[in-house]
Unconditional design. Structure first.
Length: 101
């Protein structure tokens, strides 16, 4: 089994056609064995969360290192063609507040 590292996938918002200013974006964090796998997992979490939201269901929180889409903004489409993935580094160090992933 490959070593799964914690990755951060940054996905910018698509341009809002009614306003030329971008709407921000979304950051996904979870475990994967490569940047490509991280982007695929983040996209799958986003797709699942969007389906659940449209069905009126709650978006579940992922477990330890699982991918999820907390804070999803359905009115803010993401531009997955510009997504980037990097190995995640906690700004708080190895024992920081982000260790609940």
């Amino acid at each position: 089994m490959p070593h799964l590292r914690l990755w951060e996938v940054d996905v910018p918002a698509a341009t809002n056609p009614t306003n030329k200013i971008g709407l921000g974006g979304h950051i996904f964090i979870g475990r994967a064995d490569s940047a490509d796998a991280a982007q695929q997992a983040a996209h799958a979490a986003y797709d699942k969360a969007l389906l659940l939201h449209r069905a009126g269901q709650e978006i579940p929180r992922g477990g330890l290192g699982d991918w999820d889409a907390r804070g999803l903004r359905p009115d803010c489409p993401l531009d997955w063609t510009r997504a980037t993935a990097v190995v995640w580094r906690s700004p708080d160090g190895p024992l920081g507040i982000h260790n609940d992933l």
